[in-house]
Write a protein that binds this ligand. Sequence first.
Ligand SMILES: Cc1ncc(COP(=O)(O)O)c(C=O)c1O
Length: 389
Amino acid sequence: MNLPTTPFFIVNTDKIDSLYSDMESHFKSKWPEGIIGYSFKTNNFPWIISYMKSKGLWAETVSADEYDLAMELGYKPNQIILNGPVKDHDGFLFAIKNGSIVNVDSNRELQWLTELSLAELAKARIGLRVNFCIEDYCPSESQCGADDGRFGFSYETGDLKKAIDFLRERSIPLSGLHLHCSSKTRSLNIYKAIAQVACEIIKAYDLTLDYIDVGGGFFGGVQGKPTFKDYFDAIHEIIHNQNGINANLIIEPGMSLIGASVDYHTSVIDVKTTKNNTFAITDGSRTHIDPLMKKSGYTYEISPKAGDVDRVGDAILCGFTCMEGDRFFKLNDEIAVGDRVIFKKVGAYTMGLSPQFIEFYPTVYAKIGDEITLIRKKVTAEQFNQLNN
Ligand SMILES: Cc1ncc(COP(=O)(O)O)c(C=O)c1O
């Protein structure tokens, strides 16, 4: 197959299809009416969102801009979940009035609810984001450790109870709880803890809910890690079998569907040796696939240039930017100008966070079956300038 000129991202739809089919079949076998909302923040590239939509996923949004993007791409409000700590006032009320699932995160959002009529509230689908100390249940696994997550109403301090009372006193129906927890491990224990805490809260405050939203954060098809079946079996066992709670489940996958489904192709354009080092410079950049500069390892393949070329060993693979830190890693393999370096599994928290730094946003292709289709040309200076006018 003739590959396009580098650098570019390529979205492998076969991979999305197989991951989603595995996820959906195990999820729907437990919760036939359950909802799967694609997490826009994980990769907000419009073509990808539309692809997820075509497969039946709802939109999971966390800002007015993401909500507007969902509408722009043809989602109906009643296929959108609105989460997040900084919702805008008008968008929040619009979402509730038009049938979106809205998970309330803060006291100011509780106050905004009082602007709605009882008739509007009666048909609303309102949830509360629960803040609880996941670190107590899964030591060393949570993202924030002993510093606590910062979203939602704290179960332990009584703020969650106050929020529930606030709704009850005003006859505002509570439809669900949202308990996403970001973890370092994505382990089954995280989801068991979420399920356990949800059941505890439902019992403690005598709630009858339509849904429990466990958020995202799953592994997707990673060898040796929990499978979708493992996650859903574990959650179902606790919520349904052990506690007899029949609420629907909502999940908000991002990484587990798109992470492994995108590759980034680059080429080595120069090799140079300095006093202490050897550098292989590519036409790609770490800013595109590790914008937070945190990755400690990459999954990659090298496709060597054919023919007789000068190869060097022990080179540091670098990006095109003028930042000294734009270095990927030290190569084990010998490398030469013209080799292609293909970074795999770079679909999550990459494209959506890529800066327009030095080179504008790169070309993006989709691989559908054996066909490679251009889905967005590299951003031009003219387009970049238009954005700023
Ligand atoms: C509320 C919520 N839902 C879903 C996700 C998606 O998580 P992931 O991309 O790890 O699946 C996140 C990520 O932080 C989140 O905060």
